[in-house]
Unconditional design. Structure first.
Length: 284
């Protein structure tokens, strides 16, 4: 017997995912569903699948999220998706809280919703700030430090900074961001032996106005319009290499994110938009 699942497609700065309320609908094989549904020619089309559920394992949280990339692999966290979840939960009236504790595989993230009242009776979520917790620089299971921050693809050598935001990132500052072949270099670097769990690759260029232009190759999804954890990693890498202070504006293909690496608590705070695209129903 086939069964149908209701879904909502949303995006954060162009980083689009399919969202399913797992409190209502069971997706027995989310990896397979992510592969099938993410296909932009034969499926719904997205960067992956997000399941919104109840917290589990005795964790003090309001809701939980699981995220599966377009290739079916499960990720620990997605900043853009977490912002979308905040908007989804509030505007679909699953909560009236404006501060939400969201359980992820990389810890509990605090979502702070910024509301705006338009001419309509309903209050909308204009943007969301996510406490992404503290970055890590030494994670042996994600990065082999003996490479010394240097990776070579073909005839080109990249100098990068490893930053873990729960998931691994390698941030390379370049001076040719607009012409760089992100697919060529990103796909090769994702699978470099330096990254036992594969890696998200960011190529960034510091602009004259202080904005950091960033393009992303996401582990398991390829080129995406934006990456929340990638924006955080880029801002942290810019700070530790002396290219920027602790507040950065990260301009990605799909939009702009504001990142603060707070000096008091060491946490990274990401603020950005979230938007609905459409609702639908699909058979499993």
């Amino acid at each position: 017997m086939t069964k149908s699942v209701r879904f909502t497609k949303m995006h954060g700065a162009g980083n689009d995912y399919i969202y399913v309320d797992a409190q209502k609908y069971d997706v027995p094989d989310p990896s397979a569903a992510a592969i099938a549904w993410s296909n932009r020619h034969t499926g719904i089309g997205s960067d992956g699948l997000v399941l919104i559920g109840k917290p589990y394992g005795g964790v003090d949280a309001d809701f939980s999220m699981r995220i599966f990339n377009a290739d079916g692999s499960e990720a620990k966290m997605c900043g853009n998706a977490s912002r979308c979840i905040g908007k989804y939960l509030y505007e679909r009236r699953l909560t009236d809280k404006t501060t939400i504790r969201l359980q992820t595989l990389s810890g509990v993230k605090i979502l702070k919703l910024h509301l705006v009242s338009n001419e309509t009776p309903e209050t909308k979520v204009e943007s969301v700030t996510v406490d992404m917790l503290a970055p890590s620089f030494r994670v042996p299971e994600q990065y082999d430090e003996t490479v010394g921050g240097v990776l070579t693809v073909g005839s080109r050598t990249f100098h990068g900074t490893f930053v873990s935001m729960g998931n691994p990132h390698f941030v390379c500052f370049v001076d040719d961001i607009n012409t760089l072949d992100v697919a060529r270099y990103g796909s090769a670097m994702e699978y470099a032996t330096a990254f036992p769990e594969r890696c998200n690759i960011e190529f960034a260029e510091l602009k004259s106005d202080g904005t950091i232009r960033t393009r992303v190759w996401e582990r398991g999804s390829g080129i995406t319009m934006a990456c929340g954890t990638g924006a955080c990693a880029t801002a942290v890498a810019a700070a530790v290499t002396g290219r920027a202070l602790r507040r950065s504006i990260i301009a990605m293909d799909g939009g702009t994110l504001h990142i603060e690496w707070n000096e008091a608590d060491g946490h990274v705070y990401m603020t950005g938009p979230a938007a609905f695209v459409f609702d639908g129903e699909i058979e499993i």
